[in-house]
Design a protein around this ligand. Structure first.
Ligand SMILES: Nc1nc2c(ncn2[C@@H]2O[C@H](COP(=O)(O)OP(=O)(O)OP(=O)(O)O)[C@@H](O)[C@H]2O)c(=O)[nH]1
Ligand SMILES: [Mg+2]
Length: 642
């Protein structure tokens, strides 16, 4: 194995692991249907788990000043087999809008979708627009035709001329930019702005098909003008690559970008942050000894690490350009020298195992309890069948009187059972009523009221000062909601626990434990959002530019994020409410069937003693079938947990 395949091999192996897991879940779904054990809630839950597993994404984001070689690195690491520079990379500013490369397995098609820059005038986040395909321009891609693809990709670097006033209205020109745009001290009438605000490229590359998403961002404060990157896309990426270049060294703007946008992203954990010193080939010199060159590169990495305040080992020197070229020309020596493979290995070992572990935990958490429950049910069916065989064996030779007596006691048992079921149903109703309060608190319409109030308070003061006040109101309101939520959740959990314990005692099933509801993960996510938001608000980018535009955009992306969180929490609470008592309901149904069967056995035997043998044989073959189902669910259990 050459190391060149390492990232892609690990990614493929990860893809196979996910595929096996989803086959296991598929098998479980079939098992449930076959055993008539799935209610519609279960089915929905399993479909959701499956689709979340199949659409699971692993995002690597590239962030840096312009012309550091982000796009060239992407070409070199991921797309060299196209034997060309697939994504446009040129001197000066190239990538004009954040670009996501992925494979859209839902639509199963290749395309470029582009969101017009004018959408910045609207009060909607990019995440909102993603749910609204009409706003996007779409270009179909022919993947067989690499030069056609290369041509189509040029769309993402398009710019157009607009007046300064228009650029201002779009939030793409501030007073600080006057100097940057002036020529000989004179500001031109028009400036170039990107045609597109965001691009999504879907094509069936093997890595993208496994769920890899690459986020390429443009340099030049794009991260500042589109706060959604900071609030949403970059924090959610599994890995962020920060790129500097050896030919420029660490400049002030590199440092600004690092301090404002990258370092805070990983303030709490360094995981998934990779720093690259690109263009080391600019230090290659045929007239110098290899050792000296290596020392110079090492010296540069050392300097860079000191300026960024990170360890020396964390700066990876590479040459994207030579790496790409060497891969295309199959030149191993240059490839080694470009050090691209080291970077690939770090990517592979740093992020894939980590992601696999997270996905594994999530899936087991979501489905593990269900499978255990199914396992317990089939075990109890098997036990019941065995008991019936014992009972029937004991009946042979018994006279009519004995059998009638047994029928009578079984009927009495049934009546008692129905009574406790009625009581159970009353409690179930109580729980359902109580959980409505919880759901009401998570209602999006209620959240929108808070958003409205905050917006009103801020209107006319879209400054960082106004934002500070607004955020206080907004997150203060949310915190209150979470306190109330916590209280209701505890109440509900207490009720559920009591119900289970009562049930366990009455029905002699000590091993049933409820799955309790918790809002901890949402509350943690909300806290993180609040601290990320604080970080951004306090960052010089926003204070420096007292511009209503960025502040407004920032507020919109905050709200969109929070709404999404509430939506998820509401959906999960609703799912929990419907499912929490389902093990008990299933147990009741099981017991009912079992009693019905016992009665049926007795009825048959009371008609004629000859039927006993027949019935025993019937149950024996039923038990055999049950044993097969038992073996299957045991195998599924092992598969999911392996
Ligand atoms: N010598 C050398 N040049 C490189 C290397 N990597 C990239 N370049 C060149 O640097 C220029 C900028 O590269 P890009 O990949 O477009 O940079 P970027 O960071 O994506 O820039 P923006 O898209 O504008 O934000 C291009 O001309 C590349 O060919 C490298 O390793 N060595
Ligand atoms: Mg680029």
């Amino acid at each position: 194995m050459t190391t060149s395949a390492r990232f892609s091999e690990q990614m493929q192996a990860y893809g196979r692991w996910k595929e096996n897991l989803s086959q296991g879940i598929d098998r479980y779904q079939q098992w449930l249907t076959h055993n008539e054990m799935a209610d519609s809630e279960d089915e929905m839950r399993i479909s959701e788990i499956l689709s979340s597993l199949r659409s699971e994404k692993l995002t690597i984001a590239f962030v840096a000043e312009f012309a550091r070689g982000k796009t060239e690195l992407i070409n070199a690491i991921f797309f060299s087999e196209f034997d060309r520079r697939l994504l446009p990379s040129e001197a000066g500013r190239t990538t004009m809008c954040p670009t996501e490369l992925l494979y859209d397995s839902e639509s199963n098609s290749s395309y470029i979708r582009l969101l017009p820059i004018e959408t910045r005038l609207q009060e909607k986040s990019i995440a909102d627009y993603k749910r609204d395909p009409i706003q996007w321009s779409s270009i179909a891609l022919d993947v067989e035709d690499s030069s056609g693809m290369e041509e189509a990709f040029k769309e993402i670097v398009k710019t157009k001329k607009v007046t300064i006033a228009e650029a201002r209205a779009l939030g793409l020109f501030q007073d600080e930019d006057i100097q940057f745009h002036s020529r000989d001290g004179v500001l031109p009438d028009t400036i170039d702005i990107p045609v597109w605000r965001h691009a999504i490229i879907s094509f069936p590359h093997p890595l993208l098909k496994q769920g890899l998403v690459i986020l390429d961002t443009p340099g030049l404060n794009a991260v500042g003008t589109e706060p959604e990157l900071t609030v949403n896309m970059l924090p959610n990426a599994q890995s962020v690559l920060f790129v500097m270049a050896a030919d420029t060294g660490v400049t002030k703007s590199d440092l600004d970008m690092w301090n404002l946008n990258v370092k805070p992203l990983r303030a709490n954990h360094q995981k998934g942050l990779i720093v690259v010193l690109n263009k080391i080939d600019s230090l290659w010199d045929d007239l110098k000894a290899e050792e000296n060159i290596r020392a110079t590169i090492d010296e540069q990495c050392h300097k860079a690490s000191e300026m960024l305040g990170i360890d020396r080992e964390n700066v990876i020197p590479v040459s994207a350009q030579k790496g790409l070229l060497a891969k295309i020309r199959h030149n191993q020596e240059t490839l080694d020298r470009s050090n691209i493979l080291t970077l690939e290995a770090i990517l592979a070992n740093d992020i894939i195992p980590n992601q696999q572990q997270l996905v594994n935990q999530h899936i087991k958490g979501a489905i593990g309890a269900m499978i255990r429950e199914s396992h317990a049910l089939i075990t109890s069916r098997l036990k019941a069948a065995k008991q019936q065989l014992v009972d029937l064996g004991g009946l042979s030779g018994k006279n009519r009187g004995v059998i009638e007596h047994l029928m009578k006691t079984t009927r009495e048992e049934q009546v008692a059972y129905h009574k406790s079921v009625e009581e159970f149903n009353a409690n179930k109703k109580l729980l359902s009523d109580q959980s409505k309060k919880l759901l009401a608190l998570l209602d999006l319409a209620k959240l929108d009221l808070l958003v409205g109030a905050t917006r009103e308070e801020m209107s006319g003061s879209w400054t960082t000062g106004g934002l500070k006040k607004g955020m206080k109101t907004f997150f203060g309101g949310i915190e209150e909601k979470f306190e109330e939520l916590q209280e209701y959740t505890e109440q509900l959990n207490r009720l559920v626990t009591t119900l289970y314990h009562k049930f366990n005692a009455e029905h002699d099933v000590p091993d049933l434990e409820p799955v309790l509801f918790t809002i901890d993960s949402y509350s943690a996510e909300m806290k993180k959002l609040s601290s990320d938001a604080d970080e951004f608000r306090n960052s010089p980018v926003t204070t420096m530019t007292e511009q209503s535009f960025v502040v407004k955009k920032f507020f919109i992306s905050l709200v969109s994020h929070a709404r999404n969180l509430f939506y998820k929490a509401h959906r999960d609470a609703e799912g929990w409410r419907k499912a929490v008592l389902s093990p008990l309901v299933k147990h009741i149904t099981e017991r009912k069937t079992e009693m019905d069967q016992r009665l049926e056995n007795l009825r048959k035997v009371s008609e004629s003693q000859e039927t006993i043998e027949e019935r025993i044989n019937e149950i024996k073959s039923e038990a055999q079938l049950l044993k097969r189902e038992y073996d299957e669910i045991t195998a599924i259990f092992k598969l999911i947990h392996s």
